[in-house]
Design a binder for this molecule. Structure first.
Ligand SMILES: [Cu+2]
Length: 112
């Protein structure tokens, strides 16, 4: 079963979309307007996440933080309509960013 919902906390209008998926499932994510959407994704171990670029400019999905690549995964730059898939097998928190736009950051949380 796959479901997504929006969690909003407090009056600060802080919202984070969280996607839940079972092991072996795939989750779609996107890149739009220079943002990873959803910005934070929580999945079970064994889930594949597929990012599709909806911008007219190249982006990357690269593990780590600007200037501190972790080496876990790196899509390279891909164009509009292109996509990148990554399977997350190990529980943990994975930060990622775009190598061309350092303000673009996202997080994948993998649970058992
Ligand atoms: Cu980018």
């Amino acid at each position: 079963m796959k479901s997504s919902y929006i969690v909003c906390a407090g009056v600060a209008l802080w919202c984070a979309a969280i996607v839940h998926a079972s092991a072996g499932e795939a989750v779609d994510a996107s890149i739009k307007l220079f943002q990873f959407q959803p910005k934070s994704i929580e999945v079970k171990a064994g889930t594949m996440i597929k990012w599709t670029n909806g911008d007219d400019i190249e982006h990357s999905v690269t593990a780590g933080a600007p200037g501190k690549e972790s080496g876990g995964f790196d899509s390279g730059f891909f164009v509009k309509g292109g996509s990148f898939e990554q399977v997350f097998d190990k529980p943990g928190t994975y930060e990622y960013f775009c190598k061309r736009h350092n303000s673009m950051k996202g997080t994948v949380v993998v649970t058992e």
